[in-house]
Ligand binder design. Structure first.
Ligand code: AMP
Length: 113
């Protein structure tokens, strides 16, 4: 079976637009951007989705939120505003089964659905 694409990106095996990284998380540009700034944040560890994250003990969730804010600062949207979303499962259209948060910004994003 082919290995998870986001695991490969997090390991540095696939060239991509890295925005920020630390020992736990990697942020990189979405290949099909839906806004002027569209960055994905993933844990280096293969966590399937928010369901999987939420069932774990420990402080990874808080560290993840702190990392997301650092990414927003890095791409210059922390003051203008941005949207953070994660798709969980089929009804949400989760395509890649490795937890990822979309950070979207750089323009008026309109109403949320
Ligand atoms: P989701 O529908 O929430 O699972 O979103 C998956 C996202 O991953 C989509 O926005 C894709 O454009 C993006 N994506 C898939 N493969 C890559 C890749 N190799 N590099 C960057 N982004 C990717």
């Amino acid at each position: 079976m082919e290995e998870c694409i986001f695991c490969r990106i997090a390991r540095g095996d696939v060239p991509t637009g890295i925005v920020l990284e630390d020992e736990r998380f990697v942020a990189f540009r979405d290949i099909h951007p839906k806004a002027p700034q569209h960055v994905l944040v993933v844990p280096r560890e293969h966590i399937l989705s928010l369901n999987d994250l939420g069932r774990r003990p420990g402080d990874i969730g808080h560290l993840l939120l702190q990392f997301i804010v650092k990414v927003a600062e890095r791409v210059g949207v922390e003051e203008s505003g941005y949207r953070v979303l994660t798709n969980v499962g089929p009804d949400a259209g989760q395509e890649v089964e490795h937890l990822h948060f979309h950070i979207l910004g750089g323009e008026d994003l309109g109403d949320f659905r």
